[in-house]
Design a protein around this ligand. Sequence first.
Ligand code: LLP
Length: 475
Amino acid sequence: MRFPVASSAPVPARRGAPRDANGLAAHVWPEGAHRDAQGRLVVGGVDATTLAERFGTPLYVVDERVARRRAARTRAAFESAAASIGTSATVYYAGKAFLSTAIARWMRDEGLAIDVCTGGELAVALAAGVEPARIGFHGNNKSVREIDRAVEAGVGTIILDSEIEVGRVADAAARAGRVQRVRLRVNSGVHASTHEFLATAHEDQKFGVALGDAVRVGRAIRSHDSLEFLGLHCHIGSQIFDAAGFAESAERLLAAHAELAAVAPVPELNLGGGFGIAYTEADDPRPIEVIAEGIAAAVAEACGRHAVPVPRLAFEPGRSIIGPAGITLYTVGTVKPVPIEGGWRHYVSVDGGMSDNLRTALYGADYTVRLAARTSDERPSLVRVAGKHCESGDIVVDEDWLPHDVGPGDLLAVAATGAYCWSLASNYNHVPRPPVVAVADGRARVIVRGETEADLLARDAGLDDHDDDADGVTA
Ligand code: LLP
């Protein structure tokens, strides 16, 4: 299909036309992704055409080697930064980014602990065979049932998110006859995202206790025989590109930490996750080693100032480990050029959408899209990749450039979809969720089965209701 030729006037795109609309920027695509002699995108040694033929589209593809390498590299970065200031570090993989039993095992095998934030995530981690002692359990409103289950399972730490939860977890531990290790989540007043952080006196958000209450609540925790207080926790945001916000937050937390340490040792400090990744060529996150060293230096300095021993450190990255390991494949159904000021925008509609990637609609996230089964020498056109849902905000890639001849039947790949895409997926418009395929060493295997229409109907209790006289309420 040929689009009307755009005028030569500049198109008002946030992102300028790329030098090569077939190019795979190394920091955006999974490490090692390349095009084969036929121009097909190859990830984990498997080409996109083969993946689409075998498993259909939309399809989540995760490069197992990349995920494992990123996990191992992150652990090494924090361990060596911690060692350089005379302490140790534990890296928890934040399962909220993307958790299945296979992924939990990859992380466990690479020496990471696992952070879960609901009973459901806990169930997946336990089903994967993760050692309960290597699990940290988060959540701002854990149910008593979830707490009981976590305590009974023997999870290593529960992160207390509120004053009310102190008593709840203490009671659960007492009921189970255990001493539960806990951390206290604190609002450091530091918000961070991408390049900037903002420091406020009070965080206007639901998570954690205010910094000014940390010492008092820490003491309350210590008053319970069934709790063992490990230290403070803080998570300042997500998709953060450098160490400055973490350093500021560590500095603030260490003041409260030092007050608590004056009474009894506080062995740990957990600074959460949030390390950023490249979604587009313009994104330039610092290497994780540089971030780890920056945080460690700030911790050491603050500990010196407050005259407290350097605590063990803990971190909880999710996105930075799994995000860049994933891509999503789609098939183009329709294309439509729309005149906009200064040129044309080409709506390219694919067979998925906000049900498999909500981030664009929810956060205005940016993504990168490329032809996956071929290259083209046609000049680049500004495209908006839209989904198939009944909603105009159903956009997968708001703005990128594809060769001008993109058309029905083309296979597209969207980069860096490994984090918070599958986890945020829905069945909106009764669209079944796509499968997840892991690729490694030229082989592909399903790690999460795709849903079918039978799955969609499986929980629909109306099918069992053959009594037309029933008014819908039965005992
Ligand atoms: N630890 C805690 C306590 C968290 O709340 C989070 C993320 C993490 C660790 C992991 O953060 P990460 O390293 O993945 O940035 N749905 C949003 C992100 C929400 C993050 C919530 N908490 C998105 O798609 O951008």
